[in-house]
Design a protein around this ligand. Sequence first.
Ligand SMILES: [Zn+2]
Length: 179
Amino acid sequence: MPSFTIHLLIPALLLLAARRFPDKMVFALLPLTLVPDLDFFIPPHRALLHSIFLPLAVGALAWHWRRRGDARWEWAMVATFYIASHPFMDLFAGGVVPLWPLSDQTFFIDLEVLIDTRTLQPTPIFEPGTVSGVPEVSPVYEFFSPLEAAMAALTLPVAAFFAWRRARRVKREIVIVAE
Ligand SMILES: [Zn+2]
């Protein structure tokens, strides 16, 4: 899988940028981006909860609520987007079984560009394909990867610094008001 932080961040940033749905909704439903990977514990992984039928079912609910003028359709719509974004991204990182349980065919898209640093020769790779059977899964789930470490190392000190500065400013304002 692409890292779990990528699964969380990219769809959320897209929704925040679109400014179509309330931020509260965008953040509250964010854990749904990770739900498909629960099939790591209830195999077959990349199939049971990575199939198109899960987002289709939630999408049908959104459509039904929208037609009835039920305001909850927006929640179901964001949920559909989040749940669908996960297998879509996995398609480019190992493949998924979109029609499970009707078919165990794995679909994947290999898309990368390699550059030989000695000749500066770029090698673009674009290989969409399918293989029969569900993807082989390592029993080790890489929850915190070097990518997470790099993001945390950058994010946490910066966030801590701004939180500290803000707390100091608030305290100063209280002192000024008290005078
Ligand atoms: Zn996944």
